[in-house]
Design a protein around this ligand. Structure first.
Ligand code: AMP
Length: 117
């Protein structure tokens, strides 16, 4: 069971900002931006490139955008996915990072924050 499945099952606490039958979104425990939320499909895959259904990938991004706009109240935001340990993935349950809330919309200075440097 992944840590995110435990969050879905309410076995460990989290700050949930959105949930429906297929997705859950909650605050990242170690935020790398003023707003940092994870959008997680309840259907488990270890990494994005395991998902073969293009519709599922599209719905994941559509849901993450909706969470960013409606739950996080962001007009400008970054969606990011780490695919594989070498890219910084530490939780092997596919998820989209929603990052935003920088002052002056100056996201350029934050473009490396998702990597493990
Ligand atoms: P990634 O490096 O793409 O696998 O991202 C995993 C993210 O999950 C990291 O940003 C962690 O801070 C976050 N994380 C790990 N455990 C928890 C947790 N219990 N609640 C919320 N976020 C978590």
């Amino acid at each position: 069971m992944t840590i995110f499945e435990k969050i879905i099952a309410r076995e460990i606490p989290s700050t949930i900002v959105f949930e429906n039958s297929d997705y859950i979104a909650f605050k990242d425990i170690n935020p790398k931006a003023p707003v940092h939320v994870l959008c997680v499909p309840k259907k488990v895959s270890a990494r994005l490139d395991e998902i073969t259904d293009a519709l599922e990938i599209g719905q994941l991004f559509q849901t993450a955008s909706r969470v960013a706009r409606e739950a996080c109240r962001l007009t400008d935001y970054r969606l990011a996915i780490n695919v594989g340990a070498g890219a910084g993935q530490i939780v092997f349950h596919t998820h989209v990072h929603i990052l935003g809330g920088w002052k002056n919309q100056d996201a350029d200075t934050h473009h490396n924050e998702m990597g493990q440097q």
